[in-house]
Design a binder for this molecule. Structure first.
Ligand code: 13P
Ligand code: SF4
Length: 347
């Protein structure tokens, strides 16, 4: 398989891992340290987790190794649904922090842990809960009514708790359309996804000024040059991309929508305007096409640096440690879950 890696020693991460493990409570300490010296093949990891009742979930932006090790790979919406349905006692979430928080909110009985607690999200970081609450107060005064706040799932549990309903890239249009026309909407945190929704639905919204550092940096010039080189190619871009990139795209879709689309084609070349690890999934599930990653503006890099913090070594270590765990502060649990549940009830 293409992702294949030699079994790796843990030397490069041993300091970080040791630091983490030292702050974990005693019962979650790994007991079989010899197991940690080398990382087995992904199917061995998955079986090992299955035997211990651990469900491994991975976002499609994770590298091929982690995708292969997971029991289920999906977009944010599919992973949220999977967590809500899961009867698992434990979930190891290969993705970024807000995704693991979402899993914890929707599967509260499960221990939820991640390979790397530092795997955050620049988009989620662009909206702090206290700033949002202040802005909601300001808007309520200005408009004479509280706007309905829709939060893209890429935000913290504290932000979700301050919102009325959550959406993902897979259901954002339906969520916006579920709000009666006369009610003002505040959309957070992604101004690009919000802008795309405004354009395609013709619905005015107040937009929070956040963005994803990966999608923000796709280069429209390079994309146009690639298009000129591959005139038959179809351009797919994620709605987190800026308008200039979306405007030269044939389709603007979330990751699950892109996967559905490429499966419907054969012998087609696609230029992919989103995180490049998604191409691993495309090549596995729709190998009949050719996929070319669109490069970022300042460098060739179109990989999410936060997703990249999760490595096979950290996955293997976290499965043994059953940590680091992800918890949601009690005060946010009920309101954040309510906003998520409203979204799940819609579809
Ligand atoms: P999807 O909801 O399309 O999986 O995207 C998640 C994400 O983080 C995009 O940057
Ligand atoms: Fe966040 Fe962007 Fe990474 Fe998605 S690609 S997880 S929005 S930083």
């Amino acid at each position: 398989m293409r992702f294949q890696v030699e079994p790796r020693a843990l030397t490069s991460i041993s300091r970080t891992k040791a630091d983490r493990i030292s702050v974990l409570p005693a019962p979650t300490m790994p007991t079989d340290t010899t197991d940690l010296l080398t990382v087995p093949e992904p199917d061995v990891i998955r079986d090992w987790a299955t035997e211990r009742g651990i469900l491994i979930l991975a976002h499609s932006y994770q590298d091929g190794f982690l995708q292969e090790a997971a029991h289920f790979v999906g977009d944010s919406l599919e992973l949220a649904r999977k967590a809500a349905e899961a009867q698992a006692k434990a979930i190891c979430f290969c993705g970024v922090h807000f995704m693991a928080e979402t899993a914890k909110l929707l599967c509260p009985e499960a221990e939820v842990f991640v390979p790397d607690l530092d795997a955050g999200c620049s988009l989620a970081d662009s909206c702090k809960a206290e700033d949002l609450v202040q802005y909601q107060k300001h808007l309520t005064q200005k408009l004479g009514q509280r706007p309905v706040t829709i939060a893209y799932v890429n935000c913290s549990a504290a932000v979700k708790a301050a919102c009325d309903i959550i959406c993902t890239s897979g259901n954002a249009r339906e969520v916006v359309e579920s709000v009666p026309a006369e009610q003002p909407i505040l959309f957070v945190p992604d101004r690009h996804l919000g802008g795309w929704l405004q354009e395609t639905l013709g619905r005015e919204m107040l937009l929070w000024n956040g963005a994803c550092e990966v999608h923000e940096l796709f280069s429209v010039e390079t994309l146009l040059a690639m298009k000129a080189e591959h005139p038959q190619a179809l351009v797919l871009s994620h709605p987190e991309c800026p308008k200039a990139v979306r405007d030269v795209s044939d389709y603007v879709l979330g990751t699950a929508g892109m996967l559905r689309l490429v499966k419907e084609h054969a012998g087609q070349t696609f230029l992919i305007g989103t995180e490049a690890n998604l191409i691993y999934r495309f090549e596995k599930e729709a190998p009949q096409n050719t996929y070319l990653p669109a490069p970022g503006a300042s460098c060739a890099c179109n990989l999410c640096p936060y997703m990249a913090l999760n490595t096979p070594e950290k996955l293997w270590a976290s499965l043994h440690a059953r940590g680091p765990v992800v918890e949601v502060e009690e005060v946010y649990v009920e309101p954040a879950r309510r906003a998520l549940q409203r979204m799940l009830d819609l579809n």
